[in-house]
Design a protein around this ligand. Sequence first.
Ligand code: OAD
Length: 249
Amino acid sequence: MRILILTGAGVSAESGIATFRGKDGYWRNLDPAKLATPEAFARDPKLVWDWYRGRRQRIRNAQPNAAHAAIAKLAQHANEFLLVTQNVDDLHARSGPPKEKMVQIHGDIFVTKCSRCESERRDDPPSHDYGAAGEKEPEGDIPRCPKCDALMRPGVVWFGEQLPWNEVTRVENYLNREPCEIVIVAGTTATFGYIIDWALQASRGGELIEVNPEETPLSCFATQMVREPAAIALPRIVDELIAGRSSKL
Ligand code: OAD
């Protein structure tokens, strides 16, 4: 059986990471044009880095929640599985789905990449071994590329930028092969057309389960709407799927 999971910021909300458009979301008080565009970075790279360094630190101090764990459990049980997350945090990765079953379509906040050439590095140990003391985000200067000396920037997708081609191809290859029996969309406002398109393409004929306390543009297409927080709903849904109570696995 084939499964597609699409997640957004709401899945990390119960780990204490702010959403963007939800209650207390970043974009309720901050202007994305000043923090999350190439123009903002060109204008004031320090302001942008300060914001991303603060977010990195909050993510380092956070722990995956029951929603991340449930998704990782489902990945182990399904024959074919892909998680596509819009989240740039590493909470899914820390809960365990193998890398090849996961796509971070908006990038990875712990990657630092050159604003001019292809050079990039990951600023956290790949083991995710944060240690008792926790690694601190270095303050201060804006990093420069060791190859071409241009300014380095966070490895995330900003407004007005293309999605990473490799990752889009991975999603499309998965969706083009066959429809999915189960599609779960959790914790996203589904603001971007490609999220809706992928959910609909994957679920043709199958179940489309939305997990979100609020209505979204996808709600009218869902075969099942679960208006609960992800850390409550997903462990139950996953256990039901694994137990075969929905006879879909
Ligand atoms: P949003 O902040 O737009 O949406 C968060 C969604 O999570 C809302 O629909 C909430 O109702 C829901 N939510 C809140 N708490 C929840 C919980 N405990 N359980 C389940 N759902 C909950 O976040 P995204 O849809 O992920 O882009 O935003 C998409 C993109 O817009 C982000 O990746 C980011 C942003 O600009 C980039 O960083 C490029």
